[in-house]
Design a protein around this ligand. Structure first.
Ligand SMILES: [Zn+2]
Ligand SMILES: [Zn+2]
Length: 116
């Protein structure tokens, strides 16, 4: 008897784990807390004032959303940055544009960033 009920509760626990895993997986694409970081920058028109380049993403050219600073000092939305480097280290397009490409730090890669 005892052995039987133990076995049943064990099975039940397994089922619960499976269900909660499925729920977490289903929520993963858009959890409310990180929804903001899942997009490129804010459109410039939301701010009337002049914007300095340091407030703009070097990828989407919009207002930085959850900004990251690459080793070279250029800033990107975390969304844009991780999109850029998702296929591997990338040359920094802003560095290329500014003719700083000979700098070794112009390669963007995961981990080579700091938040501020
Ligand atoms: Zn961006
Ligand atoms: Zn750069």
């Amino acid at each position: 008897m005892n052995a039987c009920s133990l076995h049943v509760s064990g099975t039940r626990r397994y089922g619960l784990v499976n269900i909660s895993r499925r729920i977490m997986a289903a929520q993963e694409p858009s959890p409310p807390s990180s929804l903001e970081g899942n997009k490129p920058g804010f459109p410039k028109k939301i701010l009337a004032n002049n914007l300095e380049d340091k407030h703009l993403c070097n990828s989407c050219q919009k207002i930085l959303r959850r900004p990251l600073q690459a080793q070279c000092g250029h800033r990107f939305c975390s969304f844009c940055f991780y999109k850029l480097v998702s296929s591997g280290p990338q040359e920094c397009s802003a560095c290329i544009k500014e003719d700083l490409f000979e700098e070794p730090t112009s390669i963007l890669k995961q981990g080579g960033v700091s938040t501020f």
